[in-house]
Design a protein around this ligand. Sequence first.
Ligand SMILES: NC(=O)c1ccc[n+]([C@@H]2O[C@H](COP(=O)([O-])OP(=O)(O)OC[C@H]3O[C@@H](n4cnc5c(N)ncnc54)[C@H](OP(=O)(O)O)[C@@H]3O)[C@@H](O)[C@H]2O)c1
Length: 343
Amino acid sequence: MARLDENHPIAAVLAGALDRFRVRRQVPGLSPDERLDGKLALVTGGASGLGFATSVDLARRGARVILADRRDPGLARRRAVSLGVAPDAVEPMEVDLSDLHAIDRLVADLAGRAIRLDRLVLNAAIVPTAARTTPQGLDEMFVVNYLSSFALVSGLLDAGVLPRDRPDGDVPRVVFVCSESHRWSEPLALENLDAPRDGSPRRVLTWYGTYKLMLATFAWELARRLQVDGAPRVAVFALCPGAMRTGIARELPALLRAPLDVMMRLLFQDPFVADEPVLHLACSRALEGRTAVYLHKMVRKDVDPKAADPGMGRALWAASETVLAMTKPAAAPVAAPAGAAAK
Ligand SMILES: NC(=O)c1ccc[n+]([C@@H]2O[C@H](COP(=O)([O-])OP(=O)(O)OC[C@H]3O[C@@H](n4cnc5c(N)ncnc54)[C@H](OP(=O)(O)O)[C@@H]3O)[C@@H](O)[C@H]2O)c1
């Protein structure tokens, strides 16, 4: 019998809906005393959907949260306050993650304020229905869904904002919001990492899976690089939240969005429910000393073998560094000493 391609939008929606009944929880919920009092978290894409729910729920567990998003994160902060979050528990920060120079400025700003992050949740993603180019000439979906996370984590580690050697021994955690779709992707073709993407809406879920595979591959390589003698200096976790009622498909044509909205309302989870694995990875005491843990909803799984492959992890890291280096502003030419031109 012909099998429906998992990257087909209908198959993806059905798989998401079926998950609701198929995936049984295995990991126990957090206890009320697993809290983040005194800790600082940064959530990308924190203004809506899963990122907003995560920001509110991290704040409810005592964290101060930097809510980073591209459009009016101040409004999201006011919504968080209207839900009972203390006004000083959320700091809005405007950043367009498709602009790699804006990420550099964000890192410089945090470093200049001597900020040390305890938790970083890499959540932002888009599902665009056309190819668009970023200020550095790259594809927007590639940058927002993958390269911005590589750039942000590298910058925060280099600047010490994400510290590897906390004197109190309290290990920071990086949580990657991934997706089960990373399993459906073809193996990564690294020689074309920054090649222009075919923007056909029919292929957007294929690209979505590819960038989630990049994210998971990067995450597992990061976990390997950030441990010493098996002990994480910075813990790295990833998850798939399952299908959620959010605005992620906001670019779809109205004709497709209308039935999807109905499916979402009937079958998909509320983000304030779906954020449970994110909260678990950020707060659970059972994860102390652990790294490279993946949750599909509240079920422990291995990431796909393609993502766990150390050779692929090293190759993706090197290819990502090469693309990033190409986007750095050219150094200003050094002025020739006076009189040099006359010789
Ligand atoms: N929804 C699902 O069923 C589902 C399933 C599995 C995994 N996930 C993952 O869950 C995560 C959250 O998705 P969601 O469903 O909550 O979607 P969402 O509501 O669209 O949230 C994504 C957030 O990222 C922000 N963002 C997009 N581009 C940005 C940029 N250039 N700079 C800064 N922020 C940017 C968006 O801002 P704008 O509003 O301005 O675009 C939005 O606030 C994503 O990683 C997604 O892949 C979702």
